[in-house]
Design a protein around this ligand. Sequence first.
Ligand code: ZN
Length: 291
Amino acid sequence: MPELPEVEVTRRRIAPLLVGRKIRSVRTTADSYFFLTPPAEVAAALQGRTVSGVSRHGKYLRIELEGGGCLVVHLGMTGQLFGSGVSSVRLLSATARASLAPEEQTAFEPDSHTHLHLRFEDGGADVYMRDVRKFGKVLVLGPGETHERLERLGIDALEVSGELLFSATRKRAVAIKSLLLDQVVLAGVGNIYADEALFLAGVRPTRRAARVTRKQCDGIADALRGVLERSIETGGSSISDYVAPDGSDGSYQDERRVYARAKQPCFVCGSPIRKTVIGQRGTHYCPSCQK
Ligand SMILES: [Zn+2]
């Protein structure tokens, strides 16, 4: 699932394809749970409007429109936002992908999973949003309008501090890992980066939040910002269906220390990395480096 770094990489790479351009026409798929605003209303709200900016909070993107209002986009599990002309095997169906060697890439053609297709007045590259499993969401907000999904989000995880984390953990009986994943506390942290940050901070993911010390909270906050920033720098983690808007793959997965490394030796002490389940999420840690 795309987490904060993948969404931020998407923001940085899609912005040049959107900002300052006037939308000529919008094609959508039929109404479905993908559209929090009905597709006809999405199309009507965007047509003839110029994009003024693209911002991000947690895993949500806001495509801002000149004169106010915006299109909010959440990539869900398999959402992809990109421009025409990209080629990536991740844009093909699983069956088509299985029959291709990784180096055989094909230019993208809009298909039944392409829920939004934006064309522009300047006749340049089109922009698509594609989502095979449709856990992604789009919605339109008018000027000054907000939505409960955005209102309940905590601070963006790139801005986390030890102080904030410490106050959020007091009197909380949940595991520290679950608290980090709680979007009301921190917006944007998902499974990979929570596991990696807890490893770097030397804190065991199962530890009760209320028993994490102030000093450890400082360590977790620093580690979280560090892994998120490093992942953004490397283009995010290419896992499952995530694809950057230019079709390129990220490489953060090559730097993971614990995530998806169960039974492999810890890079620090050599102990086998353990996998457990916390709040239904696979969780990876080193039993000797993390207390
Ligand atoms: Zn270790």
